[in-house]
Design a protein around this ligand. Structure first.
Ligand SMILES: Nc1nc2c(ncn2[C@@H]2O[C@H](COP(=O)(O)OP(=O)(O)O)[C@@H](O)[C@H]2O)c(=O)[nH]1
Ligand SMILES: [Mg+2]
Length: 447
């Protein structure tokens, strides 16, 4: 007889996604197998990582353990994640990382939480009993008695898990860091009174991920994949028009205080891709939304007739040099020359600058455990050093993302990097705005 889980399909998927791309195989089920720790250990020890799931009257809670499930009459240290679904059919999960001492004796399976002294969780299979301290329940937002009778206990083998406690901790904590970044972005207000929306220009080679970055930012705020900007892998730039995109804080939400200005890709060939002589006009805010770029014909000052130079609010406040991390070390001399010329124009204008490296596959390794700084293993990469030298920008302004390409669901780790990158772009823009001479902020200065 096939033994099936009591979890809903969606709960199973949420659990499989909680720690990366894992899959669950049911090993033990109290309703089918024997109600003793002997049978539990016979079926679950030496199977690799496990998830013990307890189905209660109202809720579902469980514990993931990275190390092998203990053998009978033993104790061991475990890297664990405690999780709960607040209703038996809910897909909304809360999770908590902890280190534990895991013990199993003739009657009980016990997890002692080492980072929270005195707290423990005990499962007594013969009595269908679960014991949890009220502090643990609070952390999981559960409202149970300290000893509750459960309906069923199931233990799964977890396949495909990355055997690294640091990774597990990051995966569990990423949602809360995503939330923190999001709150910071929502609370952001550009420096000074003149500018209500910071303009960030995305420049870089064809296919480096500029348009995808705009789509990714929008997807991260909308919590689902969106692809307003056309993207593609053609030899020549898919983006032919200058686009000034604003982003809403979710569907129907308020407009966020920044705009992303997407440009045509740079091409190493002459008279192909974005004409670099257009850059000073873009930086000055003279180029309108939907301007059709012409690689052979640079913009002439008479192209756009302005009675006055565009005000500070219409100018570019931060430039992001967008590069695919996998091609940084193989950029042609011609491409580097074009990028350096753009860099010179940007320096002349004095606006903020960052480099945005896309296609970062190992995105869980980019930020440190506290999600504050880049890890040293990432910043010491040859690509980072090369970009730092090419644009002479501090390492804090070299940012990494993994853009959304076609995923159906968003990923909190990708979101965290996208939000962290945005936050740094806004800081770079603020540095520029705060550094402006007084006469510039009052719009009187000629360009
Ligand atoms: N896997 C992956 N693909 C990316 C990433 N960024 C861009 N792409 C893909 O690279 C191709 C070119 O991207 P696009 O945004 O059009 O580049 P643009 O010319 O700079 O605007 C598209 O097929 C994207 O789906 C990334 O970070 N990861
Ligand atoms: Mg594009």
């Amino acid at each position: 007889m096939e033994v099936t889980t009591r979890l809903t399909w969606i709960q199973e998927k949420v659990l499989e996604k909680l720690l990366g791309n894992t899959s669950l195989t049911l090993l033990y089920k109290s309703g089918v197998h024997e109600l003793c720790t002997l049978d539990m250990t016979k079926r679950c020890s030496h199977q690799g990582s496990t998830m013990t799931v307890v189905h209660l009257e109202q809720d579902v809670m469980g514990i993931f353990m990275l190390e092998h499930f203990p053998v009978l009459h033993s104790e061991k240290l475990g890297t664990c994640v405690l999780f709960a679904f607040k209703n038996s059919d809910s897909a909304e999960i809360s999770a908590l990382f902890f280190n534990a001492q895991v013990e199993i004796n003739a009657s009980q399976l016990k997890f002692l939480l080492l980072d929270h002294r005195g707290l423990s969780i005990t499962v007594t299979p013969s009595k269908h009993k679960l014991h949890m301290n009220s502090e643990v329940m609070q952390k999981l937002k559960l409202n149970l008695k300290s000893v509750s009778e459960y309906l069923e206990c199931e233990i799964f083998r977890v396949d495909g898990i990355k055997d690294d406690p640091g990774f597990i901790k990051k995966m569990v904590n990423v949602k809360q860091h995503r939330k923190r970044f999001l709150s910071a972005l929502r609370a952001y207000k550009p420096s000074g009174d003149e500018v209500s929306e910071v303009c960030i220009l995305l420049v870089g080679p064809v296919g480096s991920g500029k348009s995808s970055f705009f789509n990714s930012v929008k997807s991260a705020f909308y919590c689902h994949y969106t692809h307003q900007a056309a993207v593609g892998s053609d030899d020549t730039s898919i983006t032919k028009q200058y686009r000034i995109y604003s982003v809403k804080d979710g569907e129907g939400g308020e407009t966020l205080p920044f705009m992303l200005c997407d440009s045509m890709g740079l091409d190493e060939r002459d008279e192909a891709g974005l004409c670099i002589d257009d850059i000073p006009h873009i930086l000055k805010g003279c180029v309108p939304d939907r301007y059709q770029f012409d690689p052979c014909k640079p913009i002439k000052p008479r192209h756009f007739t302005y009675a006055k130079p565009p005000p500070l609010k219409d100018r570019i406040h931060c430039v992001a040099y967008v590069l695919n991390i996998n091609s940084v070390n193989t950029l042609s001399d011609k491409m580097v020359a074009k990028l350096k010329k753009i860099h010179k124009d940007v320096v002349d204008c004095g606006v903020g600058q960052v480099a945005l490296l896309t296609n970062v596959d190992n995105c869980d390794e980019v930020l440190d455990d506290c999600f504050l700084n880049m890890t040293e293993s990432v910043t010491s990469q040859s690509q980072v050093k090369k970009v730092q030298n090419m644009f002479n920008i501090p390492i804090a302004n070299i940012l990494m993302v993994s853009n959304y390409a076609s995923e159906r669901v968003t990923n909190p780790m990708k979101d965290a990097l996208i939000f962290a990158a945005l936050r740094q772009m806004l800081r770079a823009a603020d540095d520029y705005l705060e550094d402006l001479p007084l006469e510039e902020t009052s719009n009187l200065a000629p360009l």
